[in-house]
Write a protein that binds this ligand. Structure first.
Ligand code: 6GU
Length: 246
């Protein structure tokens, strides 16, 4: 999978050299290319922002550097690929990133992340690339970050670990929070007793069916407590529709 990132802070993406993703890069499973937006600003101060049209607080990212950076990446995309690159603009105004979206994006062969800063990017950049190809605005949750860089790192990590071969044991992908719509059950290891706190005896019983049933029950219980909105009505124990129309 090829991943291009456009940013005014390339240093954020040094983190992608670490751990599993660093290994996946070395092994050629993911090809990450980070581009400095300022390389596409040609005035003396390498300006990438300007005051908002119509007035107001903050600064808006100018369209020209974005146009040059994205045109260059698209021109360099594999012409033999089945699908054109998908451009993702991290934005608190976008659709919310979920495990479902991570699975969908892990099927793509070329993702481009355009990291905005300040009050955002001139709207014409989105309009231009949406008219020419595929664009999505994506948020990682209902809170505000200073820019798209941290959101991009979160998304790249969630997506890349689903690319075949990146995670050594693919079985470790299936029993996680959100893969089955529930939060993950609690985990334990040795010693069986620590500070008078015991590993639940069922986990030491060797009874695989009983262990699976206990884990399922713990998952549902934890989800009910912390994230009840993730449960179906049936899992919440509601037997009747809440409204006549349902
Ligand atoms: Cl994608 N960007 C910014 N700036 N803030 C966010 C976000 C993205 N997702 C949640 N908050």
């Amino acid at each position: 999978m090829r991943l291009d990132v456009v940013t005014i802070f390339p240093g954020y993406f040094d983190a992608l050299e670490l751990s599993l993703l660093g290994k996946a890069k070395q092994r050629g499973l993911i090809d990450v290319r980070v581009h400095d937006l300022r390389d596409h600003a040609h005035d003396k101060h390498r300006t990438v922002d300007d005051t908002p049209a119509g007035g107001g607080a903050g600064m808006v990212m100018k369209p020209e550097p974005w146009g040059e950076a994205l045109d260059g990446i698209l021109a360099d995309a594999d012409p033999a690929a089945d699908t054109e690159p998908l451009i993702i603009f991290p934005s608190p105004a976008g659709e919310v990133f979920t495990q479902r979206m991570a699975r969908e994006l892990a099927e793509e062969s070329h993702l481009v992340f355009g990291c905005g800063r300040y009050e955002g990017i001139d709207q014409r950049v989105f309009d231009e690339y949406a008219a020419r190809g595929r664009v999505r605005l994506v948020s990682i949750g209902d809170y505000i970050l200073n820019g798209g860089e941290v959101a991009t790192i979160a998304m790249v990590e969630a997506i890349a670990r689903l690319v075949p071969g990146v995670v050594g044991n693919p079985e470790s992908l299936v029993e996680e929070s959100h893969e089955d719509g529930l939060l993950e059950y609690p985990s334990y290891t040795k010693p069986a007793s620590w500070r008078s706190r015991e590993v639940p005896p069922v986990l030491l019983s060797g009874n695989h069916a009983a262990i699976a049933a206990w884990r399922q029950e713990q998952s549902v219980e934890r989800t009910r407590r912390v994230r009840p909105e993730l449960l179906t009505r049936e899992q919440r124990g509601e037997t009747r529709p809440r409204h006549a129309a349902e």
